[in-house]
Design a protein around this ligand. Structure first.
Ligand SMILES: O=C(O)CCC(=O)C(=O)O
Ligand SMILES: [Fe+2]
Length: 204
């Protein structure tokens, strides 16, 4: 083993195979992260998500928002949303995520979990409108929550805790072979804001 060429902790792949997930830890001081958290709660046009499950329209407790370079239509949970134009704050955060990952993004899906009872079920982000094997940059603010990956065939599980102001990147074949979720928890939790920067394929 070459001890001088070990990747720094922040760039180690969390997945053992079939994909790449990098946890960069916190990108901001606690003070900066808290300021972004307050700002995003205030300025984002949060609305309850709608999903069609077994043919029924369900309104989720979690709130969502969708921003981008253009008014892209994005079908998510079988409902379609049109992207709003970037805010100054979102552009600032997008640049930070781009500088850290070396990738570029043209849209962002935001989630607001009000407390520990809200989460997101097992899924992968392989929607056809997304660039194939493209990077997804996921920024977290507010409550620190557990995030889990599960391999679709081996069922192997990997957990990571997403700190206030932290960045997680999923890329390569991650969405093909792995599911991920934000499990609900009975622990008392303040709200959490999550931003997932994505690339919508524009060649339609
Ligand atoms: O809340 C999170 O950390 C992840 C959300 C997620 O997986 C998604 O929006 O597709
Ligand atoms: Fe996801």
């Amino acid at each position: 083993m070459d001890l001088f060429n070990l990747a720094p902790q922040s760039e180690r792949n969390l997945l053992p195979n079939d994909g790449e997930v990098f946890y960069y830890g916190t990108l901001f001081s606690r003070k900066e992260a808290n300021a972004y958290y307050e700002q995003l709660l205030e300025e984002i046009q949060w609305r309850n998500d709608e999903a069609i499950i077994f043919g029924k329209l369900i309104v989720t407790k979690r709130k969502v928002a969708w921003y981008g370079d253009k008014p892209f239509d994005y079908t998510y949970s079988k409902t379609t949303k049109s992207a709003l134009p970037w805010t100054e704050t979102l552009l600032e955060l997008k640049e930070k995520v781009e500088a850290t990952t070396g990738e570029t993004f043209n849209s962002c899906l935001l989630n607001l979990y009000h407390d520990g009872s809200e989460g997101m079920a097992w899924h992968s982000d392989g929607e056809t409108a997304l660039k194939k094997n493209g990077s997804i940059g996921s920024l977290s603010f507010g409550a620190e929550r557990k995030f889990s990956f599960k391999h679709k065939s081996s069922k192997e599980k990997i957990d990571v805790f997403l700190e206030n102001g932290s960045l997680l990147e999923m890329k390569g074949t991650t969405q093909t072979y792995w599911l991920h979720r934000l499990p609900p928890t009975k622990l008392k939790m303040k709200p959490r804001v999550n931003l997932t920067f994505r690339t919508i394929d524009e060649k339609e």
